[in-house]
Design a protein around this ligand. Structure first.
Ligand code: KG4
Ligand code: ZN
Length: 330
């Protein structure tokens, strides 16, 4: 068994966790910077990087204390090395390098997307490869066929905005605040999902990808037309995203032969309408539907520690020259 310290700092969450190669999370600490970015209506990279610098060391200390271990007890230090806001990634990665240097422990540079892809294994001990993962967050919107460690087939991605980004931008258009997803979901509860006719980009298309930029523009036009209530705009927008996600996932399921489960991850997976529709889709395909607890779906360090544990056990460690990458496709 190995014990890994995981570090995450690629967006607006600072996090540290201790995870074992036996799928146990001994401690996980997270600080969200939401309130610091709210006045700007989105994540400001410079503010995010500075906040990571201030908070990460104490989070690591807290996580070690909660797990009742010392740095000397860990087998490796794993940190997100990208993709993400590169200033933030550098803070976590350089911190991990410093700790690795001081303790003589190896460094594992983890792809944040690999962390998301493997995270459902932490809450679902029986989950077996291969599975189809719909990763929907503020930064990502992808369908990944997860066949094993290091074996990810990207079946679809967004050609413009991510699903969470579409929620955030729509919330801004409707004056609902930040972060947009929960605000749109709340507003949608009082609205009619069929009130506003909106386009469903790429639905039914033979190509596999997602597209949400046109949808956002359509919401803007409908808002400026003045004929609709904000609640109806929110509900119709949300239903459109549901339809797009379900249609694209159904298409990918045809390619994901042998999948043992349909899994969803990312902050947008918090949305009840989306969860409900995916539950039905999985049932229609006779597949179990796996939606990890929210803290594991959104950015966290346990998923980085877990991916780090699998990589470490496979002998995949990195040198102290491992680069921080803004872009890093799986
Ligand atoms: O995974 P996450 O915490 O961070 C990254 O983007 O990596 O995802 C955050 C995204 C935001 O765009 C937020 O608006 C969206 O997830 N989100 C939601 C809901 N809760 C969070 N979108 C729709 N419905 C929700 N209830
Ligand atoms: Zn993420």
């Amino acid at each position: 068994m190995s014990l890994i310290l995981g570090i995450e700092s690629s967006c607006d969450e600072t996090a540290a966790a201790l995870v074992t190669s036996e799928r146990r999370v001994l401690a996980h600490r997270l600080a969200t910077q939401e309130s610091e970015h709210r006045p700007f209506g989105g994540v400001v990279p410079e503010i995010a990087a500075r906040a990571h610098v201030e908070i990460l060391p104490s989070l690591i200390e807290e996580a070690l204390a909660e797990a009742k271990v010392r740095l000397a007890d860990v087998d490796a230090i794993a940190a997100t090395a990208g993709p993400g806001l590169v200033g933030g990634v550098m803070v976590g990665l350089v911190t991990a390098k410093g700790l690795a240097l001081a303790s003589g422990k190896p460094l594992v540079a983890v792809n944040h997307l690999e962390g998301h892809a493997l995270s459902p294994m932490l809450s679902e001990p029986d989950l077996a490869f291969p599975y189809l993962l719909l990763l929907v967050s503020g930064g990502h919107c992808q369908l990944l066929f997860v066949e094993g460690l290091g074996r990810y087939r990207r079946l679809a991605t967004t050609i413009d905005d991510a699903a969470g980004e579409a929620f955030d931008k729509t919330a801004k258009l409707l004056g609902l605040g930040y972060p947009g997803g929960p605000a749109v979901e709340r507003a949608a509860e009082a609205g009619d999902a069929n009130a506003v006719p909106l386009p469903r980009p790429l639905v039914g298309s033979p190509e596999p990808h997602f597209s949400f930029a046109g949808l956002k523009s359509a919401v803007l036009r409908a808002r400026d037309g003045g004929a609709y209530r904000p609640a109806d705009l929110a509900a119709s927008f949300q239903q459109t995203v549901v339809d797009c996600l379900v249609n694209r996932t159904a298409r990918a399921l045809r390619e994901a032969r042998g999948a043992t489960a349909l899994v969803v991850a990312g902050g947008v997976a918090a949305n009840k309408a989306i969860r409900g529709a995916l539950t039905d889709l999985a049932a229609a395909h006779d597949l179990p539907f796996v939606a990890p607890p929210l803290w594991l779906c959104t950015d966290n360090a346990a998923m980085i520690g877990w991916a780090g544990a699998l990589r470490f056990e496979a002998g995949l460690i990195d040198g102290l020259d491992a680069p921080a990458r803004a872009r890093w496709p799986l």
